[in-house]
Design a protein around this ligand. Structure first.
Ligand SMILES: C[S@@+](CC[C@H](N)C(=O)[O-])C[C@H]1O[C@@H](n2cnc3c(N)ncnc32)[C@H](O)[C@@H]1O
Length: 468
């Protein structure tokens, strides 16, 4: 592979004797993987039904390699949100942020959602996941992936990090910053990235990374964890950014993220403080190299915030988001059949759309509490109240996990009917519940809604998501 000359010279200097192995690895095939959605399926369950050949990724509990001739995006299980297609080393950052259900989590550079979907799955619907990306178009792809995964407690926003600080100072328990970077770890998978590298270079991204990480630091609670990651190798963008953060915020400490000994971390390398004349604690950072693991390469730093002077904002919750809006009779009937546990005071109506909000949102600027932010989604969209009827949303269908809803019409996962349904065509089906809305499932995993009349199912699958 022909590398940019300045990059090659630099890597030779940095890697010394190891450079030959690194260079050789670039001639090998890149690795492809899927990461399971643990909200919907366990690794043991998936291994029994996997429709293509998979092998476990040693350091990711719910991650698998698949062969490059497979097409995992062309199976109803993909449309059921059972897995996310992701480069194996890119699975590592979210797996090493110690998220527990109930946490308030921020993913600051989140699109298209490769890390947010895992963080959301680990929250198990409890707490809040705020997923942000400065690019509005990329944030739309992020929203789709969050909804497809069936995450019940999301806020999806598209803002500059500095603006979020006005709302969320000292608010989050855990923050992930998967920073924009020069992408040196992507050269093998997408050689076109080399052009971008030559055009912008390391310094452009490093400046951006420093700006972003400083804003992230302000939004973290004392005692909270911040995970910083990139898919590049340059010392400036990695240990360099972390050194900068440690200088600006002395209350931060770099900690060792590999506390979980049940997973094999063979092939992981430590951070290189000597490359930036930085502190010894930078050794706790992790470097993934394509010549040491079956993955493209990544950098990861986990930091803990100690005590600080920041005063967290008041994070009370308004009594009821419903305000003066009333639920229609049809919406009430539909909600009475839902198994999702929720409190009525967390329901919100906006322009006839009904949302279920995560608990514990900051109440800062009156109702709705996040007014002024470019929000793509606030909570789980349940459906729309139209004259005389309630239309459940695609997001709600995805957030109903196996066995969660009674009125279903199930097709075998590999059947033509499942694919016809996903192509938005009319399909035939039967139900003991009579006519009306049914959840259409593939091997009991939800795909979307259909309205049954006799034996004909009117297709309610979201047209923009259809199988092409
Ligand atoms: C490495 S990508 C994120 C990938 C994502 N975490 C995933 O796993 O799917 C970096 C993202 O940062 C976003 N970005 C660039 N500048 C930003 C900024 N100043 N604030 C927030 N996000 C930014 C880009 O739009 C891009 O989507």
């Amino acid at each position: 592979m022909k590398l940019p000359q300045t990059f090659e010279t630099r890597m030779r200097e940095l890697l010394g004797e190891e450079y030959g192995e690194y260079e050789k690895s670039l001639e090998e095939k890149h690795n492809s993987g899927i990461r399971l959605n643990t909200l919907k399926i366990t690794p043991e369950e998936f291994e029994k039904i996997a429709p293509f050949g998979i092998t476990r990724i040693p350091w990711i509990k719910n991650g698998y390699y698949y062969e490059q001739n497979e097409q995992p995006a062309r199976h109803p299980y993909y449309f059921a949100g059972l897995y996310y297609i992701q480069e194996p080393s890119a699975m590592t950052p979210a797996s090493l942020l110690p998220v527990t259900p109930g946490d308030k989590v921020l993913d600051l550079c989140a699109a298209p959602g490769g890390k947010s979907t895992e963080l959301g799955a680990r929250l198990c619907g409890k707490g809040v996941l705020v997923s942000n990306d400065i690019s509005n178009s990329r944030a739309k792809a992020l929203l789709k992936n969050i909804e497809l995964f069936g995450i019940r407690n999301p806020i999806v926003v598209s803002e500059a990090p500095g603006k979020l600080v006005d709302y969320f100072t000292g608010y989050f328990d855990k923050i992930l910053v998967d920073a924009p970077c020069s992408g040196e770890g992507m050269f093998r998978k997408s050689p076109a990235i080399m052009k971008n590298w030559e055009q912008y270079g390391v310094d452009y991204y490093n400046k951006l990374q420093k700006e972003i990480i400083v804003q992230a630091a302000k939004m973290l609670k004392p005692g909270g964890y911040l995970l910083y990651s990139t898919c590049t190798f340059s010392p400036e963008e990695n240990e360099g950014t972390i050194s900068y953060l440690l200088e600006q915020f002395p209350e931060f400490q770099v900690v060792n993220p590999l506390a979980d000994s049940s997973v094999s971390y063979e092939g992981f390398s430590h951070g290189r403080p000597e490359w930036v004349k930085g502190r010894e604690e930078l050794k706790n950072c992790i470097r993934l190299w394509p010549h040491k693991i079956k993955g493209e390469g990544h950098f990861i730093a986990l930091l803990r915030k100690g005590d600080s002077e920041d005063t967290p904002r008041q994070t009370g919750q308004p009594e009821s988001y419903l305000g003066k809006a009333k639920l229609t009779k049809e919406a009430e009937e539909f909600l009475s059949e839902l198994v999702i546990p929720f409190k009525e005071e967390n329901l919100m109506v906006k322009e006839d759309r009904l949302y279920l909000l995560p608990e514990g949102l900051p109440s800062l600027k009156g109702l709705p509490s996040l007014k002024g932010l470019r929000l793509l989604r606030q909570g789980l969209l349940l459906g729309e109240m139209k004259k005389g009827r309630f239309e459940p949303s695609q997001a709600l269908a995805c957030a109903l996990y196996k066995g969660d809803y009674k009125k279903t019409i199930d097709f075998p996962g590999d059947s033509p009917q499942a694919i016809k349904y996903l192509k938005c065509e009319t399909v035939e089906g039967k139900s003991s519940f009579g006519d009306g809305y049914h959840l259409i499932t593939a091997d009991a995993y939800s795909l979307g809604w259909g309205k049954l009349t006799g034996t004909s199912i009117k297709n309610k699958y979201l047209p923009g998501w259809r199988w092409m």
